[in-house]
Design a binder for this molecule. Structure first.
Ligand code: A2P
Length: 283
């Protein structure tokens, strides 16, 4: 099978290769496990987005029928905050996934395609004011929260920020743990929100298939009350608590049901309420 690489200046032929209208250049790539990696790329000058939103990104591929180059795109949450000069993405690697089987091989200097039309429901605008915000993630569903955790509004709007991340294996927590570790030294947040802003954060990572300090699905840990005990907070209450969910489909559905049992209601950009949900985008 032929591996199609993204079109770069070095490989581009001035005659045959079309110019890529939405191309951005990869600036940094980091691999965490054989299933996960993150990368950064240039940001189009025209792109304005709200932390938590997603865009379509991808690579060029040859259409087997016509032989023409066309983009293969998937929805990816932007993992960097809205103020960042570059864009960051956090991705799974699916060995036979049409996009990620190739995307996982990108290197600095390569080009990706990015449609600068951000959308999404995991935004502060879709929630009513509250005291405590919960970010619930599984796997690569951490990505929009990597953006929101670096967004000053998260700390100006809430007294407490709780981020739960459930993964199969401990290595899959590395990216999220790194983001949280670095928050303490985030110049913008320290300046805008004030030193010690990070004391508002409670990080609750759990694993389900490999030994780690906290084992179990967050849903089960909440049902048993263990999660609330560990975190030192009461169960969710629609008067004070707001929530955002981003993970695999089964997780989203189960947690949605749980949040509704606590009395929270699903909000949207046009109708802010007490929780919002978005599925993680897998290849
Ligand atoms: P488990 O290992 O028990 O299936 P995946 O990599 O398949 O997307 O899963 C990411 C994490 O989400 C895993 O730790 C998985 O746990 C957990 N998970 C899957 N379904 C649910 C669910 N319905 N509720 C809570 N956690 C879930």
């Amino acid at each position: 099978m032929t591996e199609h690489r993204p079109v770069t200046e070095a490989t581009a032929s001035p005659v045959k290769v079309p110019t890529l209208p939405d191309a951005q250049t990869v600036t940094e790539v980091q691999h965490y496990t054989d299933r996960l990696f993150s990368f950064r790329c240039t940001r189009p000058a025209s792109l304005r987005f709200r932390s938590g939103e997603f865009v379509m990104i991808g690579l060029m591929q040859t259409d087997p029928k016509t032989g023409k180059e066309k983009p293969l795109l998937r929805a990816y949450s932007i993992a960097s905050p809205s103020w960042d000069e570059e864009l960051e993405f956090y991705s799974i690697k699916v060995p036979d996934g049409p996009l990620t089987s190739r995307l996982q091989h990108i290197e600095p200097g390569d080009q990706i395609i990015l449609r600068p039309k951000p959308v999404g429901t995991l935004v502060h605008d879709a929630l009513l004011p509250g005291k405590r915000i919960w970010f619930f993630a599984t796997g690569t569903g951490f990505a929009p929260f990597a953006s929101l955790l670096r967004e000053p509004q998260t700390y100006s709007d809430y007294d407490e920020v709780i981020i739960t991340h459930t993964c199969r294996e401990a290595g899959e927590l590395t990216y999220g743990a790194g983001i949280i570790d670095n928050l303490k030294d985030d110049e913008l947040l320290n300046e805008v929100i004030g030193e010690g802003f990070w004391k508002k954060i409670k990080y609750y990572p759990t694993t389900t298939r490999e030994e780690s300090p906290k084992m179990g699905r967050i849903t089960d840990l909440m049902r048993s009350g263990e999660a609330f005990e560990d975190l030192g907070v009461p169960p969710l209450n629609p008067e004070t608590d707001r929530a955002m969910i981003c993970g695999n489909l089964a997780f989203n559905l189960e947690l949605k049901e749980m949040l509704e049992e606590y009395g929270l209601e699903e909000g949207a950009n046009s109708d802010p309420k007490t929780y919002v949900v978005e599925k993680a985008f897998l290849d």
